[in-house]
Write a new protein. Structure first.
Length: 445
């Protein structure tokens, strides 16, 4: 069974990577791979609670998918009312290279408050209003993905894996920020500096009144509506982590509440200003423009990874790494590389199972106390794991939620990213790890 699962997984990924060569949407292969993996696992007959496990895996996946649908709808609504055009007007850059730095820094810090997926959706939608050349936008969008993933790694609410570790008390908020903000920033600065040479140092393009990149722009009389929907839309996204902190409910509940409030608001606006026929200003109309192929791809790939995890392969991998390498830098580094292939959530979950936070009693009873002490709460291993799992996903475009949504919005080819961006992400990844090593060695953090 194990061999069959691995073969299906590898072949599925190859077909997903060959989307533009084959001319077949990647969601096709993700869904087929998902179905085959679960079918093989079911036929093996080793799990007496298969139905329950499948429902649990689907529930975990749908939490992310529902959140994605809600966030994409809100962002599309902002764009429909011309909100991103308002932002573009306020964002000043003398040339495209300066714009690249501005977008990277904004994405880095914004994703520490929002999640990296929502940040990427907002930033890439803004980008579409600024640049007309698609391949040029691809480079900008990829740098945004790198920055968003790195920004989520140093904040306790910036990424689902940091939330997992924070909620289970493997890391604390202050220590996480102090130890990882500089390495995370380095992992963005290095690839962005290199990427500037991929962008021509030309002035920014001017938007004219007939430019399709402006999107729908309300009349001057109703310009305040654009500002209102922009403020309410961004506030509704920022509300989600606050809602989670107060209620301890999952993020998708917060996004659904935000979506419902915006739905009511836009219904009243459309009715009052009689916007029907002039624009599709209702959420019931906006939702038709959501890219469902991206949603289905995300569903398929996460459920496929869940099947691999359910079969116990991720736990076996964690145990093998511990036996073979016995070094926290190597173990975390390899896990980070794997997180660009396999979703980082089950990888981090497997590590939490394999390496429980060490206690004083565990250290005293260990044959290697110095090594075991690295696994205490807020120890070096957990900070390394947080950084590597978050930043490592940038090495392939399908290795993170941010990469998947950027791929869906801008139609970035898998192989284009692999040839031009993967090595940049890897250089930034190594630079960040070296920074953590230097902090530990010199500053004793």
């Amino acid at each position: 069974m194990v061999t069959t699962l691995i073969v299906i997984f590898v072949v599925g990924y190859i077909l997903i990577a060959s989307e533009h060569v084959l001319g077949i949407n990647k969601a096709t292969f993700a869904l087929i791979m998902c179905g085959l993996l679960w079918a093989v696992y079911a036929c093996a007959g080793h799990d007496p609670n298969l139905s329950g496990d499948l429902v649990e895996a689907l529930g975990d996946t749908c939490e992310i998918v529902v959140f994605l649908i809600g966030a994409m709808t809100i962002v599309e609504l902002i764009d429909r009312y011309g909100g991103f055009h308002i932002l573009v007007e306020k964002l000043h850059a003398n040339n495209k290279r300066k714009l690249l730095w501005i977008l990277a820094i904004v994405a880095f810090f914004l994703s520490s408050i929002l999640d990296n997926m929502t940040t990427t959706i907002i930033m890439v939608m803004m980008l579409r209003r600024m640049l007309s050349d698609q391949k040029e936008r691809w480079t900008f969008a990829c740098v945004i993905v790198l920055a968003a993933n790195a920004g989520g790694a140093w904040s306790p609410i910036g990424d689902i894996t940091t939330i997992m570790l924070w909620m289970k008390n493997y890391v604390s908020s202050v220590d996480l920020i102090v130890n990882l903000i500089v390495p995370s920033l380095v992992s963005v600065i290095v690839p962005t500096a290199i990427a500037t040479y991929m962008i021509p140092a030309t002035p920014m393009e001017e938007l004219n009144e007939t430019d399709s990149r402006k999107g729908y722009v309300l009349s001057e009389h109703h310009r305040n509506l654009s500002i209102l929907i922009l403020i309410c839309g961004v506030a509704s996204l920022l509300f989600v982590p606050v809602f989670k902190a107060f209620t301890h409910l999952p993020p998708y509940m917060g996004i659904l509440l935000s979506l419902g409030v915006l739905w009511l608001l836009t219904e009243l606006i459309v009715r009052h200003y009689q916007l029907d026929g002039k624009m599709e200003g209702r959420i019931s109309q906006v939702v038709r423009h959501i890219d469902m192929s991206t949603i289905l791809f995300f569903l398929g790939i996460l459920m496929a990874v869940a099947a691999i995890g359910q079969a116990g392969l991720l736990e076996e991998l964690a145990g093998w790494l511990n036996t073979q390498f016995h070094n926290v830098y190597l173990i975390s580094g390899i896990i980070g590389v794997l997180s660009s292939i396999v979703d980082n959530v089950p990888l981090v979950a497997a590590c939490m199972d394999m390496y429980p936070a060490a206690t004083d009693a565990m250290i005293a009873a260990s044959a290697d106390p110095a090594y075991t002490s690295l696994f205490v709460a807020d120890g070096l291993f957990w900070h390394l794991l947080t950084f590597c799992a978050g930043v490592g996903g940038s090495m392939l475009i399908i290795g993170s939620a941010a990469g998947v949504v950027a791929m869906g919005i801008e139609k970035i080819p898998f192989m284009w990213y692999a040839k031009r961006i993967t090595w940049l992400a890897f250089v930034g990844y190594l630079a960040g790890m070296v920074t953590i090593w230097a902090e530990t060695l010199v500053l004793g953090l």
